[in-house]
Each structure stands twice: as C-alpha cells, then as structure tokens.
Ligand binder design. Structure first.
Ligand SMILES: [Zn+2]
Ligand SMILES: [Zn+2]
Ligand SMILES: [Zn+2]
Ligand SMILES: [Zn+2]
Length: 372
C-alpha cells in the first residue's frame, strides 16, 4: 500500500514538472526595423508580447533617448479604442475584462534628430496584471544609431595594403557620427625587373629567360627560341666517280654538328672509237672506246660489209670458215656473174666432160663383167 502511494506521488511530481516546462513564461521583446537612421529618416520599433493568456490591465513606459523623436504610435489597443493616443512616452490601458495579450501589440515610429557616434538605446518597461496579480514585469531595449544626412569624412586610411596579386582596403569615418566607409585598393601587379638568361638556347633547343618581381620575388619565365645551326660552306668529302656516288658535308660553327648530302654517280665519259679489226665482206669487225676519266674500255662489233646484210653474222666466233661455206660462196659468186655468157659456156663444157667420163667408166666396168 505504501509502495502504491509513493508511485502515485512520483507520477504527480513528474507530470507537474512536464506541465511547468511546456507552459512558457510570459515575455516581451522590442525590435528596431534598422540598426541606424539618418537625421530626418524614420525607424520603426515593434513591441511584442508572448504567453499572456489572461490579463486585465497593461502599462508600457517608453524611454526616448536624446537624438530621436517619437512621431506616432500604432496599436491594436489604439485600434480597439482602448487607448486614445500614444504620442507621449507612455501608454497605459485598462482592459476591463480578462483578455489574452500576444503578438505585436505596439508599433512606434521614431525620427532621427541629431547624429552622434554612439548608438541610442530605446527601452520599454512593460507591466501586465490580472486583477491584483502581476503577470509580467520586464524592461526590453533596442539600439538605433542616428547618423548624418551628409557625412563629414576624415581622410582615407589604408586598413589593408594591396599586394602584387591581392586587393587591399581603405576606410574613412565621419567625424560626427563615426559612420565608416570602406573601399578596395586594386592589386598592384608585379614589378618585374630585367630578364636574365637562366638557360642558354642551343642550335636545336629553346632557352629560358627569367624576370624577378622586386616587390614579392615572384619569377616569370619566357622562352628563348632555338638559335638554329650556323653552317659553313659545303665541302666535298668524297668525290663522285664514273661508277660511285660521292659525299658533301658542312659543319655548324656553333655546335660542330655535321650535315651530309650525296653527289650523284658521274657516269663514264668515253672518247672516240678506235678500230681494232676492220670488218670484211663476211666478217664483222671490232672497235673499242676508252673512258677518259677511269680508263674503262668497252668493245663494240662493227657489222660485216657483205652485200646481203641479213646473212651477216654478228658474233666474232661464227665467222670460222668451213669447206661447205666456201662452195656456197663460189656458187653464189657464179650466180651473181650470170650476165657473163663466156662463164655459162665453160660450165656447160665441164658438165659435158663429167657426163662423158662417167659414161666411159660405166661402159668399161660393164665390158669387164661380160668377159669373165
Ligand atoms: Zn556622419
Ligand atoms: Zn610581385
Ligand atoms: Zn649547330
Ligand atoms: Zn669512267
């Protein structure tokens, strides 16, 4: 029984704690529409209340600092006719019946009057009651700075030096209201000195020249183009001959690099032909020519001078004599001389003698056979 009672008490305690946490305390806040206002400019302050579920009366006392002037007040209390005017520095209200008081309850418009370097603090003392019981009593504040319409600036002061690559900044402030104006200073850019050759260019490779910034030590490299070879004149290092090509070279005065090109084969230069064997009617002859440069000799056949040029042989070896070719030659010679009648008559006599001789031999042989 004791245990159940103690459990019940602890549940009640926990519940009461939860309820007290979830039900927020009544509160007030004062917010300005801007942090600063120029002389003759306007700024609005709003008073808001929260978590006030039931109230019967409320009282607000506004403290207006020097340099600001209150133009008018707007309120839902004003709209509801509960209060007549908020032109003075305080407003009070009797609600009569219990009412909830939440949200933006009071709107106050101020005008900038005199500029000064320090911010002005506006405060609102708020008191809310339910009957004789005090629901809320607090003072809330908001800061507003009154600045000049037209500033009286001091000289610009550099607040951050510009470097070669980064912007700097400078600012000036008003001697009356301390309003500060800031503007950027452009990056200076590098101040490069003269170029120094850091890598010499060669005939075939690029070089490099470098400049150094006097301000920050940054370096800038620029290419130097390759110089190219400086060749001397072509020199013949191997003469071309009748049968072989030659070579020419030239040398670079800077790097001793050598360039080579070839000379074409010259070819033989043959002189006049010299006859070694005169051709005959039937046999070809032979002639030779000699190169005036290298002494090389070539032999050439001279065709036989014979009548029928078609029967002429073109090779030296085929001119060997034979008996049969002699007879042919004789016959051909005889035939050529046909026009001569004396020769024809002699041929007929010779042929007749041969025929008679053959007949006598045949007769003697026949008679000897019969006598046996
Ligand atoms: Zn100023
Ligand atoms: Zn630099
Ligand atoms: Zn070279
Ligand atoms: Zn030759």
């Amino acid at each position: 029984m004791k245990k159940i009672l103690s459990l019940f008490i602890s549940v009640v305690l926990i519940l009461s704690m939860v309820i007290s946490v979830s039900a927020a305390n009544p509160g007030a806040a004062l917010k300005a529409s801007a942090n600063s206002v120029a002389v003759d400019g306007k700024v609005t302050l709003t008073l808001s209340l929260s978590s006030i579920d039931a109230a019967t009366s409320a009282y607000v006392d506004i403290t207006i600092p020097e340099g600001l002037e209150m133009l008018k007040g707007e309120s839902k209390w004003l709209a509801e006719g509960l209060i007549k005017d908020i032109s003075s520095s305080d407003a009070s209200l009797a609600l009569g019946a219990e009412k909830a008081l939440n949200g933006n309850v009071l709107k106050l418009v101020f005008k900038g009057k005199t500029a000064s370097a320090d911010a002005k603090k506006i405060s609102a003392a708020v008191q809310v009651k339910k009957g004789s019981k005090q629901v809320l009593k607090t003072t809330v504040t908001a800061s507003v700075k009154v600045i000049c319409k037209s500033h009286s600036y001091n000289d610009w002061k550099i607040t951050k030096e510009a470097t070669c690559t980064a912007k700097g900044s400078q600012s000036r402030s008003c001697s009356v209201c301390a309003f500060a104006e800031t503007k950027a200073i452009a990056a200076k850019g590098h101040a490069y000195g003269a170029d120094t050759v850091t890598k010499q260019a060669t005939c075939t490779a690029k070089g490099v020249k470098t400049a150094i910034c006097a301000s920050c030590g940054a370096t800038k490299n620029t290419d130097i183009s390759a110089l190219g070879h400086k060749y001397g004149n072509w020199e013949t290092t191997k003469e071309a001959t009748c049968a072989e090509g030659g070579t020419q070279t030239r040398k670079c005065a800077t790097c001793n690099g050598v360039e080579t090109k070839s000379i074409a084969v010259a070819g033989h230069k043959y002189g006049e032909a010299v006859i070694v064997n005169e051709p005959t009617e039937n046999e070809p002859g032979l002639q030779k020519k000699t190169c005036t440069e290298c002494g090389n000799v070539v032999e050439e056949e001279i065709p036989a001078t014979g009548i029928d040029s078609n029967t002429n042989t073109n090779t030296i070896t085929s001119s060997d004599n034979t008996i049969s070719s002699d007879i042919e030659d004789i016959v051909s010679n005889i035939e050529i001389e046909e026009g001569n009648t004396t020769h024809v008559w002699v041929i007929w006599v010779i042929m007749g003698i041969i025929i008679v001789a053959i007949a006598i031999v045949v007769f003697i042989i026949d008679r000897n056979r019969k006598n046996k």
